[in-house]
Design a protein around this ligand. Sequence first.
Ligand code: XLS
Ligand code: NI
Ligand code: NI
Length: 438
Amino acid sequence: MSEIFKNIPKIQYEGASTKNPLAFRYYDADRVIMGKKMSEHLPFAMAWWHNLCAAGTDMFGRDTADKSFATEKGTMAHAKAKVDAGFEFMQKLGIQYFCFHDVDIVPEADDINETNRRLDEITDYILEKMKGTDIKCLWGTANMFSNPRFMNGAGSTNSVDVYCFAAAQIKKALELTVKLGGRGYVFWGGREGYETLLNTDVKFEQENIASLMRMAVEYGRSIGFTGDFYIEPKPKEPMKHQYDFDAATAIGFLRQYGLDKDFKMNIEANHATLAGHTFRHELRISAINGMLGSIDANQGDYLLGWDTDEFPYDVYESTMCMYEVLKAGGLTGGFNFDAKNRRPSNTYEDMFHAYILGMDTFALGLIKAAELIEDGELDAFVEKKYESFNGELGQKIRAGKTTLAELADRAAQMRTCPVPASGRQEYLEGVVNRIMFG
Ligand code: XLS
Ligand code: NI
Ligand code: NI
């Protein structure tokens, strides 16, 4: 098989001062940060769909990039060429994981039996490719949003037949994920939501989604899937209102239906901002609930209200992300670049520039987050901020052993209004800038 990305060498770390556009400035796989190699802190993954399938089509125009890889699109030859391209791409970048939807890796047939046969064939081919490399699957998923049959949802559909189709796709995608040794399995609720309550029974739909997930857990465990299931929260798009709005909503849903032991969150930066949160808010909420699993590493645009899936370049954001990840003790999943080149960035070289940018952004974020933690000033401040709870009464409150009457008595004895200490936000923002740019 001949080289696809000709003239692109293996990308090496050359240090911050390099002007070589095809080199890493910060991502130095073997560099040890806080006791672990960068490559272990940052299990990067390639998103099959954006990198090997999407070619720039948007609502207003057709493809700008050529992702045919010298074959005819829609054929198994093309599916295999994408595997070849993907493996060459990952090896040249030193990326160890990939993520996929079922329909990313083969053209879908009308008859699911034929689709499944194609999936078997392509995953045999992928397995063959994996041999002799250190490339693995991060997570798999079923695309239950593109095909018109899912227009009213998958788990939330009004059609029993469509529900069965969704079940069949999940069953197969789980088998493929296990076959490829995937660490996780993702549910992104693409069409699980509603456009109008005039035609929607929300309770009915949510119960059906939960049942589908419960069956997925049962089946996954029965075929030896030991990884995490993930929900990837998103507030809107394509639906006006999506059920997995944000981490807090998704966690509540999982607890309500007894799924919280098997599921964690896959937090996507751009989805967080669409929900009106910061990326780090979603990470923190997941982490404090023991559900920080994996990350879809991308970036939105503050001027646009949709999922622009840009490659992350904002180092302030990646630093805050890595701060949360380090504090949480790492991820069980990894960092999937659910990101695409801008439509006018349409060459093979642009694909590499995009991943180099994303990997460097997170590597620098990791370096800066470790410095913030080692510096210790933020931690020390937060600890001091709550110090009044260190006393006897504070400890009693923390232990849940006080009554309202007891606390009210204490307030009654004060005679003056209590004043808490300053939050010092601006000072702390300056501390962050000292570490970032000092
Ligand atoms: C779409 C989602 C999607 C999931 C996988 O907004 O981010 O790409 O990550 O289905
Ligand atoms: Ni997204
Ligand atoms: Ni995503």
